[in-house]
Design a protein around this ligand. Structure first.
Ligand code: AMP
Ligand code: MG
Length: 428
């Protein structure tokens, strides 16, 4: 028995009980180990990459006490305990142009947002409540010592972690790193992912599809999904349903990639020869997942288990049906590939509860991922399906902006019921 099979016990080779989606995802996540290579890049080139180092702040942020408001900086001791206070305006502090003297009793300084707080000033009163005339300003009572001042180091203290290793660098991270004055960062090298389609009936665009043949779409959805995740992609093309070709293709792909994604050839009818080939090359498990679409799934390793640098690669065998391949990619391959790429922690996509405007027939027993459209209805957001849900209908994915996720034990949905949705597009 292989070590993966031992690790997963009865969850090997289409055991009669299908595997729960969450368990399958967790088993895979617990098995894969991040790649270790890294490189140092100029900040802007690091967008979409994964931090390989913890970023410690070299400075206090903000670097100095500064004003949170446009107004007047003063000494709280000068404020009358009841009634108005009138102070002499001794000068101006602008962001980038500090007021250099120490404030004397009875004085205040006109101060703008972001300006360094001058020596002696401990309180800022906002300009909206002040009345200024002839070099003086009158301020109402009720001010609090220390108000409207952002303290040095309030956001980050020098020497403390600003960002953890494993963080995906998005625009906010770029800005935060820049705010520390840091111009380059260590990131993980890009994950290399090879992919190919299997099937004697599959032809690539560019050649004419003859009777009984269909154009390959899985390589294009995979190209898109992998590229969006920031990986280096290696498109290996279409591979015939022939054990020898499959074997040499997998062997070659494993020397070039950290992970290999195949589509097709893992359904119960076809799996036997795929399984034989994969068993010769490494340790691959064949699972029946309790889900719709996307039921058959293969996962394992070509080459030795756990051996980065051994010329091996993790393998994800997705079902051939185009929608099933996408759903299985998002639910199983995506989190595992992010983990491989070094993302830590790998966040689960949020499941939101939304009212469904239509009835949906659903038998308990497996998790269903329907393609849905979230839409605005007055002030509420609601969801409906995209229409026909066949696992070959890519238009259902193209028209969708969310998955409607109906849990394993759930039965029929009535119009108006709350359902869970997973949003496909984010804004960042
Ligand atoms: P399989 O999982 O190989 O049994 O394929 C299941 C269904 O998906 C069959 O109807 C295949 O023709 C179709 N299919 C498999 N691979 C692809 C592909 N790359 N592009 C489009 N359809 C595919
Ligand atoms: Mg096939």
């Amino acid at each position: 028995m292989t070590s993966l099979a031992r690790q997963f016990g009865r969850h090997d080779s289409y055991t009669p009980d299908a595997l729960h989606v969450d368990l399958g995802r967790q088993l895979i996540l617990d098995t894969v180990r991040p790649i270790t290579g890294s490189e140092r890049l100029p900040l802007c080139s690091a967008l979409g990459r994964v931090l390989a180092e913890t970023i410690l702040s070299p400075i206090d942020v903000p670097a100095h006490d500064n004003s949170a408001m446009d107004g007047y900086g003063l000494r709280a001791d000068d404020l009358a305990t009841d009634g108005d206070t009138t102070l002499e305006i001794a000068g101006t502090a602008l962001a980038g142009q500090p007021f250099e003297q120490r404030l004397q009793p009875g004085q205040c300084v006109r101060i703008m947002t972001g300006a360094r707080v001058p020596a002696g000033v401990d309180t800022v009163v906002m300009q909206e409540v002040a009345r200024a005339a002839a070099g003086q300003v009158t301020l109402p009572p009720g001010q609090r010592k220390g108000q409207n001042i952002r303290r040095a180091g309030e956001d980050l203290r020098a020497g403390t972690p600003a960002l953890p290793a494993g963080r995906l660098i998005r625009p906010a991270e770029l800005g935060l790193i820049a705010s520390l004055g840091i111009g380059n960062v260590a990131v993980r090298r890009r994950l290399r992912v090879a992919f190919f389609s299997t099937g004697d009936e599959i032809v690539s665009i560019g050649s004419a599809a003859r009777e009984g043949q269909i154009y390959d779409s899985n390589r294009y959805t995979l190209f898109g999904m992998l590229t969006r995740l920031g990986f280096d992609v290696i498109d290996i093309g279409v591979v015939r349903d022939d054990p020898h070709t499959l074997e040499t293709t997998l062997r070659d792909a494993a020397t070039r990639a950290d992970a290999i994604i195949t589509s097709g050839g893992v359904s119960v009818g076809e799996a036997d020869f795929t399984r034989d080939v994969m068993a010769r090359l490494g340790e691959v498990l064949f699972w029946k997942i309790a889900m719709k679409p996307g039921r058959p799934l293969a996962f394992g390793r070509i080459g030795k288990l756990d051996g980065e640098g051994d010329g091996g690669a993790w393998l994800f065998g997705l079902p051939g049906n185009p929608v099933a391949a996408m759903v299985a990619f998002y639910q199983f391959a995506r989190p595992a590939l992010l983990r491989l790429a070094g993302v830590d922690p790998v966040a689960e996509p949020p499941l939101l509860q939304v009212g469904c405007t239509q009835a949906i027939r659903k038998a308990p027993g497996r998790t269903e991922f329907l393609r849905g459209v979230l839409f605005r209805d007055g002030t509420d957001w609601k969801v409906r399906t995209t229409g026909p849900q066949g696992s070959g209908l890519l238009s259902s994915m193209a028209d969708a902006n969310c998955f409607i996720v109906l849990g394993q034990i759930q039965g029929n949905v009535a119009a108006g019921d709350l359902v869970q949705v997973q949003v496909l597009d984010g804004i960042v």
